[in-house]
Design a protein. Structure first.
Length: 131
């Protein structure tokens, strides 16, 4: 069976590099890791993976991005692919946006930047176990 994917979405390349490295360290080779610098790019990755018959387990999105906020993007992902686990990262916690994402995107967790790596990995593992 092919490895499932974890997709990280953030408009800051440094965050993406760090996030991908931390996920690889915490979750090892159990997953393939993809990154996108915008919601538009993330949709291209999602559609490409789905067209190839790949499975996406987790999407981790920044909240503040150009054109579309992370909560709106994750709600869109949930509407099209409800089985994908969704997490949000934010440097500016907005309770209304977090609650909206929890209600409408079945958000598994929201981490404030700078996040704790162990907490991130634990949230992902717990969410995967609950599937």
């Amino acid at each position: 069976m092919n490895k499932s994917y974890i997709l990280c979405v953030d408009d800051d390349k440094t965050i993406l590099i760090s996030l991908k490295a931390q996920l690889k360290y915490g979750l090892g080779d159990a997953f393939n890791y993809e990154v996108a610098e915008s919601a538009e790019e993330a949709w291209e990755v999602i559609e490409d993976l789905k067209a190839r018959g790949e499975h996406i387990s987790v999407v981790i999105s920044d909240w503040i991005m150009p054109k579309i906020k992370g909560d709106e993007f994750l709600i869109d992902v949930h509407e099209k692919y409800p089985d994908i686990i969704k997490l949000m990262l934010t440097g500016h916690a907005d309770e209304a946006a977090i609650n909206r994402a929890k209600e409408r995107a079945n958000l598994s967790g929201c981490l404030v930047k700078p996040w704790n790596v162990d907490e991130l990995v634990t949230i992902i593992k717990t969410a995967l176990e609950s599937l």
